[in-house]
Design a protein around this ligand. Structure first.
Ligand SMILES: [Zn+2]
Length: 147
């Protein structure tokens, strides 16, 4: 009886360990998959963009950088209002997805997921010097005046 109990105890301990590590591993896997989703759809394309578009995109997507809402986080005395519309806090989401100014410079998407589809925003441009393709998301972010 004592032996069976001990064996059961060992087994339990072993099982618990496996479940805990396995569960953690699965959770890490899930988190990494999420990160890759953003990098794969967003960042894979973004690295080929011009510098200004890249910087603006990263600031908007992370909510950190040249954004009034971020300055306000760092210094409560800094106003957080959008410098374009003045109606809402200038968060990355507001600038990239919501602000009326974005519509004026060609935004036609409403979510990050919309934006992450590269095929959807690729535009073929006819040019006497040779046709080329434009990434409309890159265009948008390179036309944003964040500083
Ligand atoms: Zn605005």
């Amino acid at each position: 009886m004592a032996k069976a109990g001990a064996e059961l105890g060992d087994e339990d301990e072993g099982m618990q360990k496996v479940i805990t590590e396995g569960g953690l591993r699965q959770e890490w896997k899930r988190q990494r998959a999420e990160e890759r989703k953003v990098k794969g759809t967003g960042m894979g394309r973004v690295v080929k963009w011009n510098r200004k578009a890249r910087v603006n995109y990263v600031h908007c997507r992370t909510g950190k950088g040249n954004l009034q809402a971020w300055r306000h986080v760092l210094d409560i005395d800094q106003p957080d209002e959008c410098r374009k519309c003045g109606r809402y806090a200038e968060t990355g989401r507001h600038v990239a997805l919501v602000c009326i100014h974005g519509e004026e410079i060609g935004r036609k998407w409403g979510t990050w997921e919309d934006m992450d589809d590269p095929e959807r925003w690729r535009k073929r441009v006819k040019d006497p010097d040779g046709d080329y393709e434009l990434d409309l998301i890159e265009e948008f972010f390179s036309n944003l005046e964040l500083n």
